[in-house]
Design a protein. Structure first.
Lengths: 351, 610
């Protein structure tokens, strides 16, 4: 039952943020996913990130396609408008929404079936258009709602719960996003909140196409030995290149780090992404190097996580097409309708 | 040999050309010159799905009486394409005229005895005058316009003025074109004019009407109607609609300092186009797409979502010959059913049927009010015939006092005041619920939009009674739509009759002419032009008031008739299909012949009985 509302009992010790909202104000209905599902951890991470960023919940629009992952927007940000659209077509709906009102924050949530199979085309095109959004793929390598078929991100050689071996090559969504021009590309793991929450925060603050490929094991159909998307497998093969601290422009930067272990990226709005580097020479501003790094480590059987690439000064589609700063939804007749005098003139030219 | 046709201000000229040869602008010049002499013309492009080298035709119907539908038959054939010579010559009416390039002699067998042949050595004249190959080609077109002006008595000053207007800004092209024009005209005056029966005579039958393509008018209607988001994918014959919207937005909606008050996306396919439209409209913008039949097929799933989740959308479907790729550059009314019932499950959609560019504009703007009011997709069904041809129509009008009807939208103030909000709650019985735009209020009015079943408060539900409550309300909403879509227009015959004819869209011009032709034979037919779906009660009343009703359409399967039978529960035996579906526009001759064939035996019997 996806409509079970959580009781609104506030614990007296819940800390409100500067807007006066507690973490509970960013929650949604009770999840109906399987107990232990990775997706619920991602929902929790989204709630945490938005709470920490102190965003008014109604300024976020959450959109999804179809599938387990696409159900999750019901389970977070209950005071945000949500749109559970058509299988594989969330990117176009999000694109239209974004064009209509550039002032909201757009959070697209999708799965590997939704984005890598049926929706690969729309995924590609919204990345190359540079839509200002956060696009999270909750990637479990399997079709859950239809009970255990391989998805297009299942690794070749990976075994299904029924013992079938996948013979098709896997699509790496992060690699694709890099190639398609996304200006923020990350990969994370639902079981690593320390890494995931700041990545979501940074993606929200990024003013361009931000993509997070989040491995999120399916406890019902893809958490067995032989799967390359199980909790155990991902933990064992996780090659984190960095951990992130996100500092909004108003925050004072106080922590100190060993020289050479930190890379700071100052974004256009003045916010700072501080990367605690684990892979020594990894440079998050180098798109080509990131692609090469991903491919090399994939060949070694490693799953690279962390912030993989960021363009500190991205452009989004509104910049490309030159729309006014005012959201198009706020324009009235006076701004939009040329009126009868212009029409008379036009009539005259058509005689 | 039959008498050569002699007619003034009432004939058909057809130009047979090769596409890419530059003939289009010369042919348009010809048509416009007659219009400027106060005589209505209806030009039509007949073109292949091709860029260069294949046959193309331009047909100009000259009609002081104002008949703008295709007539059928050709009185003067300007045969400039050797590829199609035989069929072009064969299409001339007995007693008609053949104008051709006589630079190379043709055997007598290539001609017809019952047609007056007018040869002019166009290529030889061009080769003598010009050395550049492209110039030879382009000026040849202007030269034959010059010759035709002499044959038909078109005033040369009118054409000179038009050439001046056409090349305004490229002034050095004016003089060479006028020179070529007169070269052709002088040759014809000297060698050709002796007995030519088709004449243009200055009249005053155009009035303040304008000439515009339906696609351009619809694109302009979207500008006036307040559309800010356009997502589209190129497809003939709808492409020029999105391009017109772009052109008019650039003219009227650019603030040089602040930017563009519109967003236009050429999407990756039609699925993305309609997805973007739905996303934008969900968010509170007025949004549309322009497409044709194959695009409608691709959009089906999304259209069901928009219907069921109740998101506004406007679709301009410029219909072409189907099914499948069909005849992409020919006209048809073949998408009526696929639009009316688009998507799986029980769905019904609102359709508008403009008759000409004037209505493409008015309905184009109105569609956005209807979409917001009804919170559902609105289809404006043009077709290639009105979409891609310039058609004479009433000037476009706009009332500056008009305000956009944004429908039932609950605001921040409403929510603050404690008004109850249920996204799918019918508060006043018209089946239309209130909606909120995303971002309205921090703690009230948010809801989850989904294509799955839900209750009145947008909560997911698979309960049978909840589902039925919702889909029954959608039927109530559709009932409300009946009163909101444009009403049908009825024309009574001169005398009382038991026969009626229903028609819609681009059939309009031919239908009114056909009714005149029939009346001339003493056959009386009342007519009703359907302008929208769901059908207004007037449609049922009209059918009930007649014994037999012809339903005139441009498709094979009598789609509107099927829709009437289905939605109005009419006895099918009462509705006689009159169907034209070869891809050419329907003609008055076809309609009147089809109706007369059925009515004449009846008329005869009645006379014998008396």
């Amino acid at each position: 039952m996806t409509y079970l509302a959580k009781p609104k009992l506030h614990h007296p010790q819940l800390q409100p943020n500067k807007l006066g909202y507690t973490r509970r104000d960013y929650e949604g209905n009770i999840s109906t996913l399987c107990a232990g599902c990775g997706h619920d951890s991602i929902s929790a991470a989204i709630i945490q990130a938005v709470y920490q960023l102190e965003l008014p919940p109604h300024r976020i629009a959450k959109l999804s396609g179809i599938g387990c992952s696409s159900k999750t927007p019901t389970y977070f940000l209950g005071n945000s408008h949500g749109f559970n659209s058509v299988h594989g077509r969330m990117p176009s709906v999000l694109t239209g929404a974004n064009l209509a009102n550039r002032d909201l924050i757009y959070l697209g949530v999708s799965g590997d079936g939704d984005s890598a199979s049926i929706g690969l085309g729309q995924f590609a095109h919204c990345m190359r258009r540079g839509i200002n959004m956060v696009y999270i793929v909750e990637n479990n390598g399997v079709y859950g709602l239809t009970k255990g078929q391989f998805s297009a991100t299942s690794d070749r050689g990976s075994k299904s719960k029924k013992g079938v071996v996948n013979t098709d090559e896997a699509i790496d969504m992060a690699e694709l996003a890099l190639q398609l021009g996304a200006t923020f590309v990350a990969r994370s793991f639902s079981g690593d909140k320390t890494q995931l929450v700041p990545l979501i925060e940074a993606a929200i603050m990024h003013k361009g196409a931000a993509f997070i490929d989040c491995l999120s094991p399916c406890v019902a159909f893809n958490n067995h030995a032989g799967s390359t998307k199980s909790f155990d497998y991902v933990r064992e093969h996780n090659e984190a290149v960095n951990y992130l601290d996100v500092m909004t422009p108003r925050e004072e930067i106080t922590a100190e780090y060993e020289p050479g272990t930190v890379q700071e990226v100052t974004q256009h709005d003045g916010s700072v992404l501080r990367l605690r580097k684990l892979a020594g020479d990894y440079d998050v501003n180098d798109r080509l190097a990131a692609q090469r790094f991903l491919q090399e480590h994939k060949a070694d059987g490693e799953i690279v996580t962390g912030l993989l690439y960021v363009d500190p000064d991205p452009e989004d589609m509104h910049a490309h097409i030159g729309t006014v700063e005012t959201p198009l939804t706020d324009l009235d007749e006076a701004a939009l309708c040329p009126g009868s005098a212009a029409l008379e003139k036009l009539n005259a030219s058509l005689r | 040999m039959p008498q050569p046709i002699t007619r003034t201000n009432d004939f058909v000229v057809k130009f047979a050309n090769v596409n890419g040869s530059g003939s289009a602008s010369a042919n348009q010049l010809f048509a416009k010159s007659i219009l400027r002499m106060g005589v209505p013309v209806a030009p039509r492009n007949i073109f292949p799905s091709n860029i260069q080298g294949l046959p193309t035709w331009y047909e100009v119907r000259v009609s002081e009486a104002g008949h703008l539908g295709a007539r059928g038959g050709v009185d003067l054939m300007v045969a400039m394409n050797p590829q199609t010579w035989s069929q072009d010559v064969a299409s001339i009416e007995p007693g008609g005229y053949l104008f051709y390039d006589s630079s190379k002699p043709l055997p007598k067998s290539k001609f017809r005895d019952d047609v007056t042949t007018i040869g002019m050595p166009l290529t030889a004249i061009c080769n003598r005058e010009y050395t550049d190959a492209r110039q030879r080609q382009l000026f040849k077109n202007i030269i034959y316009v010059g010759a035709l002006s002499a044959l038909l008595d078109i005033e040369p000053e009118v054409i000179e003025t038009l050439i001046g207007e056409q090349f305004k800004g490229k002034d050095k092209l004016i003089e060479p074109n006028i020179h070529a024009f007169h070269m052709g005209r002088d040759y014809a005056l000297e060698h050709l004019v002796s007995s030519f029966g088709l004449k243009v005579k200055r009249a005053n039958a155009v009035g303040d009407r304008i000439s515009i393509e339906g696609n351009a008018a619809a694109g302009l209607g979207a500008v006036y109607g307040g559309a800010t988001v356009c997502a589209w994918y190129p497809i003939t014959p709808s492409t020029s609609l999105a391009e017109a919207f772009t052109k008019y937005c650039q003219r009227y909606r650019v603030d040089p300092e602040k930017g563009n008050k519109f967003a236009i996306v050429q999407a990756e396919d039609e699925l993305a186009s309609i997805g973007m439209v739905i996303g934008a409209a969900w968010n509170g913008a007025r949004a549309f797409t322009a497409t044709s039949g194959p695009g409608i097929s691709l959009m089906q799933e999304f259209l069901g979502l928009a219907y069921f989740a109740e998101v506004p959308a406007v679709l301009f479907d410029v219909q072409r010959g189907g099914p499948s790729t069909g005849m992409p550059t020919r006209t048809q009314q073949g998408d009526v059913l696929s639009c009316a019932y688009a998507s799986h499950g029980d769905t019904k959609h609102v359709l508008l049927f403009p008759e000409d560019p004037h209505e493409c504009f008015t309905m184009g703007a109105q569609a956005f009010d209807l979409a917001d009011r009804l919170q559902t997709p609105i289809f404006v069904l043009l077709d290639l015939d009105i979409g891609m041809n310039e058609r004479l129509c009433a000037p476009l009008k706009w009332d500056d006092a008009r305000r956009y009807d944004r429908g039932k939208v609950m605001t921040h103030a409403d929510l603050e005041a404690g008004r109850e909000f249920g996204r799918y709650l019918d508060v006043d019985g018209d089946g239309i619920p209130y909606r909120t735009y995303p971002g309205t209020h921090p703690s009230k009015g948010a809801f989850f939009t989904r294509g799955s079943s839900k209750d009145r408060f947008a909560k997911y539900s698979e309960q049978g009674d909840v589902y039925r409550d919702n889909v029954d309300r959608l039927l109530r909403k559709f009932e409300t739509a009946k009163q909101l879509v444009p009403r049908p227009i009825k024309h009574n015959a001169a005398a009382a009759t038991r026969y009626g004819a229903i028609y819609y869209g681009s059939t309009s011009a031919s239908m009114s002419e056909a009714a005149e032709l029939l009346a001339g034979q003493g056959l009386m037919v009342d007519t009703l032009r359907v302008r929208g779906f769901p059908f207004h009660d007037d449609v049922v009343d009209f059918i009930n008031a007649h014994d037999e009703v012809f339903v005139v359409e441009q498709n094979r399967d009598a789609q509107l008739r099927a829709l009437i039978v289905n939605e109005c529960e009419i006895d099918p035996a009462k509705l006689i299909p009159v169907l034209h579906y070869d891809g050419s526009p329907i003609t008055a001759r076809f309609i009147s012949r089809s109706i007369a064939e059925r009515l004449q035996p009846v008329q005869k019997r009645l006379k014998e009985a008396v």
